[in-house]
Design a protein around this ligand. Sequence first.
Ligand code: GLN
Length: 491
Amino acid sequence: MDITELTVHELQEKLKNKELTSYDITKAYVKRIEEKEKDVQAFVTELGNEALEKASEIDEERKSGEVGNFTGIPIGIKDNICTKGVKTTCSSKMLENFVSPYDATVVEKLNDEKMINLGKLNMDEFAMGGSTEYSYFKKTRNPWNLNRVPGGSSGGSAAAVAANMVPWALGSDTGGSIRQPASFCGVVGLKPTYGLVSRYGLVAFASSLDQIGPITKDVYDSAMLLNIIAGHDEKDTTSREMEKKDYTKALKNDVKGLKIGVPKEFFGEGINEEVKEKLEEAIKTYKELGAEIEEFSLDIAKYSLATYYIIACAEASSNLGRFDGIRYGYRAKEFKDLKDLYRKSRSEGFGPEVKRRIILGTYVLSSGYYDAYYKKAQQVRTLVMNEFDKAFKKYDVILTPTSPTVAFDIGSKSNNPLEMYLADICTVSVNIAGLPGISIPCGVDKSNMPIGMQLIGNKFQEETILNAAYTFEQKIKFRENYKPTFRKEEE
Ligand code: GLN
């Protein structure tokens, strides 16, 4: 048995009936990381030794009595989620040596469960990007083809899960950063409803859009990890007070009568033919499973990308103001006066994409342009929300591709920001409207690259999309049929 092939719910079984210890599991992952990290480059910080130590302690505890369901289960964490005593770099030179003095709320929740942190995962700098190429440290590679990007910005998280280097991981999603890399790496990525998961301790990119969520091998694990991280937090005033749910209870393997709307705009120009084909097959599968499918128009979606990039950059320019070289983070070595210290620290500490966003954001918020750009974008945001509200009066779920293409070659878009932004066309509307969305694999293209399907739900209806995803997954059995090959094409 290859331990690292198992899902978390399978690991739990084996822990329960004493077939495996936490040490066995952690050791298997540490070994796997040793083997694969040189190819995949998913980690910014590896915590193998600490993890093994903790696993031994936990096994001792297990001997002496009852332990929780997640005790001793390892996990990987995106490097923009604060971990006390362990570096949180956001893959930026600015925070290269930053050690957070506190844990993010989600990390506290993992600690409460006595889970084991295997390490911090690579990402686009400050989560700005869609390929993980904008990391200051390294370029993560796609386990299905090492010449391709893993997607982004949570590319380290998705690649590590796909490569079996962690059993599951946390990512963050502002405009698609959980779903798109999940789609590129053939794993399951869930962006929860805005307000379901606390953002306390998530380094802010665009606060009105950011959410933390699970990246997992299958839908059951996704529901379990959501169970752990969801819930009100008084430290995040945008987190919603609501009763705790068990999302695994929603997984009924039945979609009879489920109303699925398919917005035709997401299948038009710019969507790769093979992606379209696989999505059409998926729609057929849902019909066979008893769902009711209807095409409709979500015309407003054509404005989503522009709206997203205005709002996200505006908020980023404000959020990143705190990195001034004074309180924490990178400080320039030589400077003339205070202004020069600010200027040099920020010029040297941030990479090009982050600077581009700060400049764009500052521009759209400037007094002369505020009405034309920022205010207009906020107005369009309301229209997008209204359109979704209307759609959810008719449908339970909205089905689209996660990305217009499969994972692209490393280097093919990184010098063309606009093209990189266009890759987010299918995911950004979900953040703008604050909705939950999940990406699950629905097949591979001719070159054996995974294709992702996105299921969007109404606010706080995670159960509906999880069940729809689960039912499809049980039917097509993607993980049993396709595996990453770590192939490397000659360059
Ligand atoms: N690719 C998008 C961007 O660059 C989304 C990023 C994200 O979700 N963090 O903004």
